[in-house]
Write a protein that binds this ligand. Structure first.
Ligand code: NDP
Ligand code: KPL
Length: 336
């Protein structure tokens, strides 16, 4: 029987994941802002950093046109998950599975409390997607979309039927640690938003890498206290990343080739949020480090300070374009 998919939030990740599933043969419908999906009326192009390409005709639906589906991919930003989830009732049947695809920790909780009888799983998105034009989404970096498995076999069926070179997929039984490992990498998002450089250019400067390493070390202390080691998402173990980041530029460029294997234009989603005048996900990223640290009695002053800076940046109280030394100093200033 045809497996029906709905992408709830047709933005960068929703457009790319839904588009790649459709290109691989899935039955997909997109729910998005009319002004966004309207730009796809002549078709949507997908491409990736390895040269794979697909062209498709996305089928969009309005809330009134929604019908029950087998799988819903919730691909809005963390703070929009709750309001999106409230709109999804007519797309649900008792066997629907909802995948929450957000960065950070905890965005799926509101979906679970709204629909306690529906299967809610999480997905980890490791790669970056940019809009090369209004109807062209490009995956600029490596990684497999990682789906949480449960006993139902639903994630296995997506994996078997729809993975493709454009959308490599993997499965995990422990999505908590996978998301915690991704969170470690996303701690650089706030730095990226503050320094206002492409990710590659930022990573090529040791000063910025040291700030990121400091933020990561706080998270690694929290993770250690939780007693659940992180899986390896990069070529090196998670605990080695701070030391790698602190190496001199000449050594880093040799040791971290895979970390730097991305398009020159890649920016983090937080940079894009600031650029577009939108609320960021910092509370679910560095804020989650602070929250988990508080629960386990581990101090996380640098992540706490960067959350504050990002909120100031969101409100326009400070400007982007920070130097590494300035950032490092401000993060260490006593509160107040
Ligand atoms: N972009 C990237 O490269 C990566 C992103 N991620 C994560 O993926 C998640 C999604 O990010 P991304 O794709 O970049 O976000 P986008 O903002 O590009 O996409 C979300 C889209 O959903 C729309 N939307 C929000 N609420 C509704 C609603 N109620 N009804 C219809 N449409 C709605 C948004 O519109 P509007 O903006 O008008 O609200 C926007 O167009 C985030 O958690 C992000 O951190 C993970 C890895 C990489
Ligand atoms: C892929 C990555 C780590 C960086 O672009 C990301 O998750 C983001 O931009 O939020």
């Amino acid at each position: 029987m045809t497996q029906r998919h709905l992408v709830a939030g047709a933005g960068l990740i929703g457009g790319y994941i839904g588009g790649a599933l459709q290109a691989a043969g899935a039955h997909v419908r997109f729910l998005g802002r009319p002004e966004k999906v309207g730009l796809w009326h002549d078709g949507l192009t997908l491409s990736d950093y390895q040269g794979h390409k697909a062209r498709l005709e996305p089928q969009c639906v309005t809330l009134d046109e929604m019908e029950p589906v087998d799988i819903i991919w919730v691909t809005v930003k963390c703070h929009a998950v709750d309001s999106m989830a409230r709109q999804l009732a007519s797309a649900l049947k008792s066997t629907t599975c909802i995948y929450c695809c957000q960065n950070g920790l905890g965005a799926e909780q509101s979906v679970r409390s709204l629909y306690p009888d529906i299967k809610v799983l999480r997905a980890m998105v490791p790669f970056n997607v940019v809009g090369q034009s209004q109807a062209h989404l490009h995956r600029g970096s490596q990684g497999e979309l990682t789906l949480e498995m449960d006993g139902s076999g639903i994630s296995q069926s997506v994996f078997k039927r729809f993975q493709s070179p454009l959308l490599p997929i993997s499965l995990t039984e422990d999505i908590d640690v996978t998301l915690a490992a991704k969170l470690q990498l996303n701690l650089s998002n706030a730095v990226n938003a503050l320094v206002d450089l492409p990710v590659k250019a930022m990573l090529q400067q040791r000063g910025y890498r040291c700030v990121i390493a400091d933020l990561m070390e706080e998270w690694l202390r929290v993770v250690k206290a939780s007693g659940r080691p992180l899986p390896k998402l990069t070529t090196l173990p998670a605990t080695w990343l701070p030391a790698l980041l602190r190496t001199p530029d000449w050594l880093f460029s040799r040791l971290a080739q895979s970390m730097l294997a991305m398009d020159d234009s890649v920016r983090t989603s937080m940079w894009w949020d600031i650029h577009n005048g939108k609320q960021t996900e910092v509370d679910y990223l560095n804020g989650a480090v602070v929250e988990q640290g508080r629960r386990l009695g581990i101090a996380t002053p640098l992540n706490q300070a960067i959350v504050k800076l990002i909120h100031q940046l969101e409100k326009g109280e400070i400007r982007a374009g920070w130097q590494a030394s300035q950032l490092s100093k401000v993060l260490r200033m006593p509160e107040g």
